[in-house]
Design a protein around this ligand. Structure first.
Ligand code: FES
Length: 574
């Protein structure tokens, strides 16, 4: 059967004025005539940036991808995409995930590319790139930055993020000196690469493997391990073949693949942020995916990986133990094994070839780290559109709890008052934070794991129930209820909570209840003095974002970006 012409042939295959223009300017980069002979053109979408230290190794990895593309008879062309450094960007990198997605989508569609390799790593770069690529739907593969080396402090391993939260609470509780705190800062991040806990970046890299969109071992190989460069090289070879075989992203990232991602998410104790990112990605691909899918599919999956923040070890240990393929093997018959991957293998074949070399780090279904992991989706009159919590990171004794609300109207209000000695709070209270949802902040920052009041820390309290419309860092922990939907600034009942209201969490029953009568809630809703402030954003991306962003149950995509426009471009440029 004759192959369908490549997309790039429309640009480089013409022997006329337009073809001259398209080729001539490219030849200024030293490309000879014969690279325009109809070979697959592979875009390498690179989020390298010195402002995103997690992605600092991607410039080198791009060269390894190129080697593989050349070797397989393709033409590699690297292009940049907006980079979102989680630790650097304000007000929050999440505000720009969809902007990155839009840039990636238009860059791929507008250029003569037949297939694309996405180079990303830091939290929002992976989902942003995937969402953009999904809305074009070319053959697509991912090479992630890879995790940093394990952090070290005083002879012990310390984990990105997770130990920052612990150390800062220890300083506030008077258990750690500021000098020690500063010393730990230098030992935590010892190489480029993403956070080496099972935070959002490593969660998303693991889910990329589970979706079948990368070669095996993409998630866990350390950023500085030579085998990551090899994986990049092999990816370059493989993407050329995917173009020749016309295997589009949508043929790999099917509903079955998303189910594998959810099962893997439960087994690794993945970040709560993944719920938003997978739902948004599914929306681009036309795959039906709901918040409850995480709860339902993850319910029978125990926590198999003993990694911070839910456990003890770090990503280097995970790599040496066997990485994501060993988790697939441990999942056994739960895995949707027939799902195909960009490697050409099914997930069952990848699982068959895997081995676990450290049963302390990657456990079995029979002897897991914890009996049930996954995420809980809570509903009730406080979260009619759902809220999520991560039971593996919570205190078991708080999973069923009723407490008096201590309310903060904004994160600034929280910061101003949380440590006041006069704050009326004890360890049975429920901390409530408003104004941190997608519209309200805007961009839904990672502030949901509010630090506890200093006076309670000094008493030895280490966890309380906390509720907000915010997100939480994937490296954080605690009995933290997130993504309350609708958010306070989208008319959600969270806006109506007042100090002293009783709030009941029943995790096993999946309910979150504000113990206030409907009549009283209606009275509060009608009181203009209690109305939320109007958004101050009146121009630019932030205004467009606030006006069109969807709530957490739709993954916080923009309403006008859901779905795909395919790869067709109907008009010429000259
Ligand atoms: Fe970039 Fe954690 S800050 S991966």
């Amino acid at each position: 059967m004759a192959r369908k012409p490549l997309r790039s042939a429309h640009t480089y295959g013409k022997l006329d004025r337009d073809g001259f223009i398209h080729r001539s300017w490219m030849k200024s980069q030293g490309l000879p005539d014969d690279v325009f002979d109809g070979r697959p053109v592979i875009g390498i979408c690179n989020t390298w940036s010195e402002l995103t230290p997690c992605n600092a190794g991607l410039r080198d990895l791009a060269e390894h991808v190129k080697r593989g593309v050349w070797e397989a008879g393709g033409l590699p062309l690297e292009f940049p995409a907006m980079s979102l450094g989680e630790t650097q960007m304000r007000p929050t990198a999440m505000l720009f995930r969809n902007l990155l997605a839009m840039e990636v989508e238009e860059s791929i569609r507008g250029n003569p590319i037949d297939g694309v390799v996405l180079l990303g790593g830091c939290d929002k770069t992976t989902p942003g790139q995937l969402m953009g690529a999904a809305s074009v739907d070319l053959p697509t593969m991912v090479v992630s930055s890879g995790p940093m080396l394990n952090g070290k402090f005083r002879g012990k391993d310390i984990g990105s993020g997770t130990d920052v939260w612990k150390f800062s609470e220890a300083v506030r509780a008077g258990e750690m000196t500021l000098a020690d705190f500063m010393s730990a800062e230098s030992g935590m991040s010892r190489s480029h690469g993403v956070c080496m806990t099972m935070g959002t970046a490593s969660t998303m890299a693991s889910l990329v493997e589970a979706l079948g969109l990368s070669l095996p071992e993409n998630a866990a190989l350390p950023a500085v391990d030579g085998r990551r460069a090899t994986l990049a090289h092999l990816t370059g070879r493989r993407i050329v073949q995917l173009v020749r075989d016309d295997v589009k992203m949508s043929a790999i990232a099917t509903r079955e693949a998303f189910e594998n991602a959810i099962l893997t998410h439960a087994a690794i104790g993945g970040s709560t942020n993944a719920v938003l990112h997978l739902i948004a990605l599914a929306g681009r691909l036309g795959v039906t995916l709901e918040q409850e899918d995480f709860d339902r599919l993850g319910r029978d999956i125990p926590l198999l990986v003993d990694l911070m923040p839910s456990g003890r070890f770090l990503m280097e240990d995970f790599c040496y133990a066997g990485g994501v393929p060993a988790v697939f093997k441990a999942l056994g018959s739960h895995l949707r094994g027939e799902a195909i991957t960009v490697s050409g293998l099914t997930q069952a074949q990848i699982a068959d070839m895997a081995r676990c070399d450290n049963p302390e780090v990657i456990r079995t279904m029979e002897a897991p780290v914890a009996p049930s992991s996954g995420l809980w989706v809570l509903r009730g009159n406080l979260s009619p559109g759902g809220a999520v919590m991560k039971p593996s990171a919570a205190s078991p004794e708080l999973l069923v709890h009723t407490g008096r609300a201590v309310v903060f109207d904004s994160i600034e209000d929280y910061k101003a008052r949380i440590d006041l000695p006069a704050l009326d709070v004890d360890e049975t209270c429920v901390l409530v934070l408003k104004g941190c949802g997608p519209k309200g902040y805007p961009g839904m920052p990672e502030v949901g794991n509010m630090a506890l009041p200093a006076k309670l820390l000094a008493k030895g309290v280490r966890d309380m129930v906390r509720i907000s419309d915010a997100r939480m860092s994937g490296t954080a922990f605690g009995t933290v209820i997130l993504h309350v939907n609708p958010e306070a600034d989208a008319g959600g009942p969270l806006a109506l909570v007042q100090d002293g209201d009783l709030i009941s969490l029943d995790g096993p029953a999946r309910t979150l209840t504000l113990q206030v009568s409907e009549a009283e809630l209606a009275r509060r809703a009608a009181d203009p003095a209690l109305a939320r402030p109007a958004s101050p954003y009146v121009r630019g991306w932030a205004k467009l974002y606030v006006d069109t962003v969807l709530q957490a149950d739709r993954g916080c995509d923009q309403d006008f970006l859901v779905g795909s426009s395919g790869d067709a471009v109907s008009r010429e440029s000259h």
